[in-house]
Ligand binder design. Structure first.
Ligand SMILES: Nc1nc2c(ncn2[C@@H]2O[C@H](COP(=O)(O)OP(=O)(O)O)[C@@H](O)[C@H]2O)c(=O)[nH]1
Ligand SMILES: [Mg+2]
Length: 298
């Protein structure tokens, strides 16, 4: 397909077209992940630039992180690309807090809706209550395709690599799709090595790009093709999944088991951390008492 055909395919894409129709899904959600500054907002702007009518480059998504005071509430915008496709920028990825990750997994599995605003829950009871509430009214069936935006100039350290691999695997568990890897700023690093790293993590679809930015937005054939190809690949994943009749009840049971276990472990982790802190404080207190006691004897 040439660029015009790819664009038309994307614009015409409908979830109702498969042999089993939409199987309850009402939109495709391209959910972006990635570290701050790797080009998520720029990728949204690139997609809008290529798909929307009009020649002018606009910054729909602000190319920087917006996080409210206290870092607990996150404002996330959903950008409508076509009548069937929406893109969401997920700023929670680099979170080290397991509860925040649990929240992301819950979203990926459609257990809680992707809203405009997320207030992170940070304990077991609150998280379980949210899940229970959401289950009462599960009318938001997004077909989620996870996409990781990773900058070519970034060097990932050992433990971060492990974390990322686990994250990618868990994304697949919750959505049925292994995240598509987009290597942004491809001129700024050695793409071959990064591809190899992601191959080892199990990635099949890895596409290096240069985003369109305010500084450089010449609509060249090559750049345009890459952006269109990513969206096309995502839609092909959706199409192939919808060709099979999905056993949504089974899927949901498996996802829920995983999620409950994950939240339980997150809670244990948090408690252990608290215990360790309390233990250190207790020892400090004892030492302090011992010292003041020995001072008095002297
Ligand atoms: N040269 C180049 N710069 C990029 C590319 N993608 C993003 N940028 C720049 O990198 C910076 C961070 O990008 P941004 O989209 O805000 O990253 P985010 O934090 O992941 O949303 C901005 O100054 C962008 O203009 C790219 O593919 N090539
Ligand atoms: Mg951003």
């Amino acid at each position: 397909m040439d660029n015009a055909e790819l664009r038309q395919y994307i614009l015409n894409f409908s979830l109702d077209d498969g042999p089993h129709s939409n199987q309850g899904y009402n939109r495709v959600l391209l959910q972006l992940f990635g570290y701050a500054g790797h080009g998520k907002s720029s990728f949204i702007n690139s997609c809008k630039y290529i798909i929307d009518d009009g020649e002018k480059f606009k910054e729909h998504a602000e190319p920087e992180n917006i996080q409210s005071k206290g870092g607990k509430t996150m404002i996330r915008e959903a950008y409508v690309l076509t009548k069937s496709i929406t893109i969401v920028d997920n700023r929670g990825f680099s979170a080290t807090d397991s509860f925040q990750r649990a929240e992301i997994y819950a979203q990926l599995g459609n257990f809680i809706p992707i809203g405009e605003k997320v207030t992170w829950t940070d304990n077991y009871i609150a998280m379980m209550n949210r899940l229970e509430d959401a289950e009462l009214n599960p009318n938001y069936f997004d077909f989620i395709v996870p996409i990781l935006i990773y900058s070519a100039d970034y060097d990932l350290k050992g433990t971060q690599r492990e974390e990322l691999k686990t994250f990618l695997e868990n994304c697949e568990r919750m959505t049925g799709i292994f995240p598509i890897i987009v290597i942004s700023k491809k001129e700024s690093g050695v793409v071959k090595n990064i591809k190899k790293m992601f191959n080892l993590m199990g990635s099949k679809v890895i596409i290096p790009i240069e985003n369109f930015t305010m500084e450089d937005h010449d609509k060249t054939q090559g750049k345009t093709e890459k952006i269109l190809t990513i969206i096309h690949k995502a839609l092909e994943e959706v199409r192939s999944r919808l060709r099979e009749k999905r056993n949504s009840v089974d899927d949901r049971v498996q996802q829920k088991k995983f999620l409950l276990e994950y939240i339980y472990n997150a809670d244990q982790e948090k408690k252990e951390k608290q215990w360790r802190i309390e233990e250190i404080n207790r020892r400090d207190e004892e030492m302090r008492k011992e010292k003041s006691g020995s001072c008095r004897i002297l």
